[in-house]
Design a protein around this ligand. Sequence first.
Ligand code: ARG
Length: 271
Amino acid sequence: MSVLTSRVPRPRRFLVCEPRHFDVHYAINPWMRTDAPVDTALAARQWEALMCAYRAHGHTVETVPPVPGLPDMVFAANSALVLAGRVFGSLFHAPQRRPESTAYETWFKAAGFDVYRPESVCEGEGDLVPAGPYVLAGTGFRTTRAAHQEVQEYFGVPTISLQLVDPHFYHLDTALFVLDEENIAYYPEAFSPGCREVLARLFPRAVLATRADAMAFGLNSVSDGRHVFIAPQATGLIGRLAAEGYVPVPVDLSEFHKAGGGIKCCTQEIR
Ligand code: ARG
C-alpha cells in the first residue's frame, strides 16, 4: 500500500477487566519484582485513558468483573482466542493465574458464547495472534505446542508455531502485533533463527522493531488498521509506523509494564 493511500480503520469489540485488584504479588516473568511497588491509583488512571482512547476511536469496550486475589486478571488478552464468535479458552501456566480462566468463561457464557477449554497450557491472545489467513502461535515460555495443535483442530485455521527465545518476550504479543489484514510488526531477535525465516517469508514487508522499542512494550500494541494504540516510550517504532501511513495513538501504561504487560495484554478482541 502506498503511503498516500489512506488506511481504513475497522471498529473492534474489546473485552477488558478493570485493574481494581491489579498489583505485583508474585514474579512469573522477568519484569515482575515483588519489591517494586505499583502505584495502583496511577495504574487505574492509565487504564481509564486507554479505554477513553478506544471509545474515542469508535471501538466498543465491554468489561468482565475483576476478582479479588487475581492481580493479573487485568490482562484480558490471556483469557481466550475468539474467532468468528467461537471461544477457545485458556489454561494458565502459573498456578496463581489458573482461576482467571473460569472467571472469563463465566462472562463469555453469560454473553452467549460456548467456551472450549484447552487440555494443554494456553494463554489466549498472549500467544495466539490471528494474522491474515493464519493463527501465529508462540511457544517457549507459556503456551505449549500441543495447544497450537488444539487451536488448529478447533478453528481449522493454519496455525504457525513460533519459538520464542528471550524471556523478556515470554508471550508472542510482547514481540509481535498485527497492523492490518496484510502486515505485522515484530522484533526478530525474540524468535529462533528458523522462525525468523518463517516470519520473513510470510510477511516480507513487515515493520521490524529494535530491541529498545520491544523493551518499551512497543510491540504490545493494538491496531485497528489505521490507528495504532502504542506505548509512547517506543519512539523509534512510532516514527516507523507513521512513515508507513499508520496513525500512532500513544497511551502510557507504565505501571502495567511492572507486571510484564502493556496495551495489548489488557485487551481481548471479540471477533
Ligand atoms: N503478569 C502477567 C503474566 O506474567 C502478564 C501478562 C501479560 N499479558 C500478555 N498478553 N502478554 O502472566
